[in-house]
Design a protein around this ligand. Sequence first.
Ligand SMILES: Cc1cc2nc3c(=O)[nH]c(=O)nc-3n(C[C@H](O)[C@H](O)[C@H](O)COP(=O)(O)OP(=O)(O)OC[C@H]3O[C@@H](n4cnc5c(N)ncnc54)[C@H](O)[C@@H]3O)c2cc1C
Length: 534
Amino acid sequence: MTTPAGPFAGPFAGPFAGPFAGTARLTARRRELELDALASGPSVDLLVIGGGVTGAGVALDAAARGLSVALVEARDLAFGTSRWSSKLVHGGLRYLASGRIGVARESAVERGVLMTRTAPHLVRALPQLVPLLHGLMRPGQAALVRAGFHAGDALRLSAGTPGRLLPRVRRVGADRARALVPGLRGAGLSGALVAHDGQLVDDARLVVALARTAAQYGVSVLTRVRAEQVTGSGARLTDTLTGESFLLGARAVVNATGVWAGEVDPSIRLRPSRGTHLLVDATALGRPAAALTVPVPGSTSRFVFALPQQLGRVAIGLTDEDAPGPVPDEPQPTEAELDFLLDTVNTALETALTRADVRGAYAGLRPLIDTGDGATADLSRQHAVLESPDGVITVVGGKLTTYRRMAQDAVDAAVRLRALPARACWTARLPLVGAPGHRDSRPAPEGEVAASLLARHGGAASEVLAVGEERLGAGYGAPVAEGIDVSRAEIAYALTHEGALDVEDVLHRRTRIGLVPADADRARAAVEEIAAKV
Ligand SMILES: Cc1cc2nc3c(=O)[nH]c(=O)nc-3n(C[C@H](O)[C@H](O)[C@H](O)COP(=O)(O)OP(=O)(O)OC[C@H]3O[C@@H](n4cnc5c(N)ncnc54)[C@H](O)[C@@H]3O)c2cc1C
């Protein structure tokens, strides 16, 4: 077996993509062509079920090794947990605290891979500030936090991530602390500890970049296609847009459906835990440049974070609540969770936030493996690859940061169990669409591209603008609605290149305008007008 020589030395032409073969363009027409081709008989090496970060990662890994792959997603890319995260690319600090050094190191290594090779355009270094505020921490807690940050630094070093990407931990004075987070309470503030971690511009954008890169390597990426009657050798696939269904044969099947894994394979037992965030205007905290970390009163190990986000917002999270029962399509935050988040963050703020400041809120379910009775916060965040009695390979657990390693382990298992003819994994060296080194990436013309467009599209920003100009003409670079920092060109591109099939896909998963319901209401008419045009 050989490893391809360079990033694009893999096979490009999926068997079914027709005129789209070798491109990262996902369109309604491509979906139609590929569904028709698959329905007419051929089987694939690997069927991947679930279009979140895990499934998209598995599909890319397998195709880059030379396998023929179909990826089916019942709703839309990133419809599930993958869009409800804190959008952090963790260095594994919290796992270190509980002595799980292997999980912590895996996180640190994968953070480095994302930040240096596969998606540096989507991940930035985020300063994380722990205020040294009188009465905020329990005795000895600041020393523990400091020791943890130094251990995190050691992990970063051991993972080979340079200090120029993620600066070392340091102590700053009160003035500097308030310059980083102006909303911080001044009375009793003696300074702050500042460490750095990775932050995604948006979690759903990572999924879309993965799926598009996978498509370039020949994966049939099929949204609105539900898998049922799943076995180790195939599944019944139903196009939820037409109701038509067919059986697809596969030499191996990977179930990457996250919290829904037990519905696809009843041998899997999960114990979902709900995590909630709320969104406020960044101005309510004085437009912070760092994440504010606030200890939960009464706990030495739990914190609430106020994380600066794109589109002028700060996300405050998160909770960890047992969520038994049927898995909802879109989990909802509870009133008690919102109160808990506001009450905790307010212990560190000069001016308390109230319910009137809340612009939006979201909740996601962690797909945790059921290991018994402990609280879900204590369950392992490590992933597992499991084979069911009828041969379905499930990959579950883990986190966004470690998706690549999860994918590698799942494809390794499929290759071993089904004797698939595949090369070794090389995704750690494979730049995603928009990353430097991806064959379609272009440096953006200096000064001509908005920083927000670059942060979301990287080396594809020029293409986004070119598509906007061609399809929309004058005004293509203007915001989709007043005060919303997403251009009309990005809306067009979501529909022509990123596999958005309708207005809701655009509002909720290609852009994150929909995180604030009032913003979605303001942008909807313009998105509809653009969708009718492109
Ligand atoms: C609140 C919260 C915060 C988090 N924060 C972070 C963080 O900051 N950093 C980090 O690294 N990790 C974080 N995580 C963890 C991370 O978000 C998840 O581990 C990860 O997104 C799970 O992805 P997935 O692809 O396995 O599942 P999902 O994203 O849920 O994808 C599963 C997909 O399968 C599809 N599906 C289901 N059934 C079928 C079927 N029958 N046929 C076809 N498709 C089907 C669903 O529609 C869904 O899109 C967080 C998790 C939560 C809940």
